[in-house]
Design a protein around this ligand. Structure first.
Ligand SMILES: Cc1cc2nc3c(=O)[nH]c(=O)nc-3n(C[C@H](O)[C@H](O)[C@H](O)COP(=O)(O)OP(=O)(O)OC[C@H]3O[C@@H](n4cnc5c(N)ncnc54)[C@H](O)[C@@H]3O)c2cc1C
Length: 356
């Protein structure tokens, strides 16, 4: 056993970040695992928490669901396109309940502490240094263990900001309007009681409060507290030296729609199962790292397609993009892409094919 050969403070595996990606990794692991986060699990929400309903269901945290959505409206200044989501319904969920539910499935030891990096193979934290043969970076866009000087905000990051409002159910809505946000999109996500209203800038613009306040004034509603952060829109290396990177730390958030939850959960699950095989002695660390790189590489093409669509949304006249979304919503076209998008990341054992 690895832990028997090591000093008392050492672990079989260390996972940094206990949000979507880190919890998805940790719930796959048995053994002596340390899960680190600077915040209590589920305490600091950065996301609107909109995802296909099968995500919380397949993870056993369906009780976190706040509202189910059977349609999506895309509103532009010239037209509104309605997407029928009934074949793959979406939902909004409670972040704390979702994360606490996943934590309850983990055998790992959780420690609340801030991580500053990795030095001589040890993870350096405010509580001291910890070592393990396997380390996973699930620390989000900052990539605490795997980042580098290229990680300047805005370089390949979007920025999202949102606020909780009293707005009653207007349906799941995306807003494409250059007057509201020049290179980005807005959203209204009903969450049971009220709605989250936000804006995302594809070019990493972070001063979005004035535009959100203007939008709220149009609806005659007041803002609540704001939350937001950067998120990547380009795949980044899934391994750096001997460290696995998952979720936003590996740039796995989907371009265009900014859906980062299910990629984090999907690649987190894949990474966790590979790490467990390494712990079981069925794979060497090198083979495990290579296997994880291959899993991620299989999705490069769909990511590039979505990146192109994001470029179109940001750079072509809105009415062109609105026309494309309308054509894409038509039944014969939708049948070609929607199931692949909607089922992306669904575990194979739950009855659907994972689209690549
Ligand atoms: C405003 C907004 C709305 C969004 N809405 C949606 C949505 O509706 N649906 C969707 O699918 N995606 C959405 N996204 C994207 C989604 O939130 C991210 O892609 C997703 O959170 C990535 O998960 P993650 O676990 O990789 O990273 P994160 O959720 O960012 O988690 C990283 C974790 O690491 C911890 N951490 C960071 N640094 C340190 C450190 N130094 N030491 C210790 N711990 C650390 C953090 O505390 C955090 O818990 C949204 C993003 C934003 C900004």
């Amino acid at each position: 056993m690895l832990c028997e050969r090591m000093p008392a403070r050492d672990y079989d595996a260390i996972v940094v970040g206990a949000s979507f990606a880190g919890l998805a990794v940790a719930r796959e692991l048995r053994g002596n695992v340390l899960l680190l986060d600077r915040n209590e699990v589920g305490a600091v929400q950065t996301s609107a928490c909109g995802t296909p309903l099968w995500v919380p269901e397949s993870l056993g945290v369906a009780s976190s669901v706040l509202q189910v959505h059977d349609r999506l409206m895309i509103r532009t200044p010239t037209r509104t396109v309605c997407y029928d989501l009934s074949s793959v319904p979406f939902c909004t969920f409670d972040y704390r309940a979702f994360c606490q539910g996943l934590l309850a499935q983990c055998g790992a030891r959780f420690l609340r502490t801030s991580v500053s990096g990795i030095e001589d193979g040890a993870v350096v934290t405010a509580e001291g240094r910890f070592t393990a043969p396997i380390v996973v970076d699930a620390s989000g866009w900052r990539r605490i263990l795997t980042g580098g000087s290229l990680d300047q905000p805005g370089a390949r990051h979007s920025f999202g900001l949102e606020t909780h409002t009293e707005l009653r159910d207007e349906g799941l809505t995306f807003l494409l309007d250059r007057r509201l946000i020049p290179q980005g999109l807005g959203w209204i996500f009903p969450v049971g009681r009220g709605s989250l209203i936000g804006l995302g800038s594809y070019v990493g613009r972070s001063k979005l409060n004035p535009a959100i306040e203007g939008l709220l004034r149009e609806h005659g509603i007041a803002s609540g507290s704001y939350h937001g952060t950067y998120f990547p829109h380009r795949l980044l290396p899934p391994t750096v030296d001997r460290v696995f990177a998952v979720g936003d730390a590996a740039g796995q958030c989907l371009p265009l729609t900014a859906e980062g939850i299910r990629p984090a959960v999907f690649f987190g699950g894949e990474c966790g199962r590979i790490v467990q095989q390494i712990l079981d002695g069925a794979l060497s660390l090198e083979t495990g790292l290579e296997r994880y790189r291959r899993v991620v590489a299989a999705y490069h093409r769909p990511y590039r397609l979505l990146q192109f669509a994001q470029w179109m949304a940001a750079s072509t006249p809105t009415r062109w993009f609105a026309m494309v979304t309308q054509v894409a919503a038509m039944r014969p076209f939708r049948a070609g892409w929607w199931p692949r998008y909607g089922w992306f990341g669904r575990p194979p054992h739950s009855g659907a094919v994972v689209a690549a």
